[in-house]
Design a protein around this ligand. Structure first.
Ligand code: HEM
Length: 203
């Protein structure tokens, strides 16, 4: 039962994440394009009924995921089985900190948690040493977790070599997207100037 709920909740969160990552890739066109897309997308995911559902699913995903890791602790064998647990563990850590930071940023300093809120950590002082791998690994972990889950679900429909290759392909795509998003927010494709309001420790 818990596995089934974990999958349903994953599906709901994934609907949001696909739009969320598309939003970040749109930053390749420029900061204003990212902000404009986020403004319209917020009409959906910040709607009165949608946002509590999304945040509730994220919390449930963290709790149920940690339960699965604890239940099979020390019993996982093989690359994909271990990759599923490691990526799930990282996603649990990331979701708690990421969503916590966004909610804090919105409510306490009252910031618009837009492009600059995420980019600030990739520009200020030594913060990029933490935030660059933090974001790139999050996207990689998401794709890895989905790939390992689908590989298992399709175990009776596809021959093992094809399943493994498809899963590795999805994981590599995640790494590529993660690195691209971090490079864009870091200013690799155009200069990014962080507004003073987002400079927690000085720009
Ligand atoms: C490169 C990676 C990422 C960046 C730069 C990023 C940035 C952001 C930003 C700026 C917000 C605030 C949105 C708003 O104010 O409307 C946000 C919200 C959020 N992000 Fe991410 N994100 C990244 C990856 C992810 C991933 C991989 C996940 C899920 C595994 C995720 C889950 C969420 C959730 C659940 C919210 C809260 C949505 C809400 O406001 O209700 N993010 N993210």
């Amino acid at each position: 039962m818990l596995h089934r709920l974990h999958r349903i909740s994953a599906l709901l969160i994934s609907l949001y994440i696909l739009g969320h990552l598309t939003n970040h890739l749109i930053a390749l066109e420029g900061v204003q394009a990212h902000i404009a897309f986020m403004k319209s997308y917020r009409q959906i995911y910040r709607a009165a009924l949608v946002e509590p559902l999304l945040l509730g699913c994220a919390l449930f995903q963290v709790g149920s995921g940690i339960t699965f890791i604890a239940r099979r602790w020390g019993q996982r064998h093989g690359f994909f089985d271990r990759a599923q647990a490691i990526s799930g563990g990282y996603l649990a850590f990331f979701l708690l900190f990421h969503v916590g930071a966004v909610l804090y940023g919105r409510t306490v300093p009252g910031l618009d948690t837009n492009f600059y809120f995420a980019a600030a950590g990739l520009h200020l002082g030594k913060f990029p040493l933490f935030f660059a791998p933090y974001y790139a690994l999050a996207v990689t972990a998401y794709f890895t977790h989905v790939a390992c889950g689908l590989r298992w679900l399709l175990r009776e429909r596809l021959p093992p070599p094809l399943r493994d290759r498809a899963a590795l392909g999805v994981m590599s795509l995640g790494l590529l997207l993660g690195v691209t998003i971090v490079a864009t927010f870091s200013g690799a494709f155009y200069p990014v100037r962080i507004p003073a309001a987002y400079c927690f420790s000085g720009c």
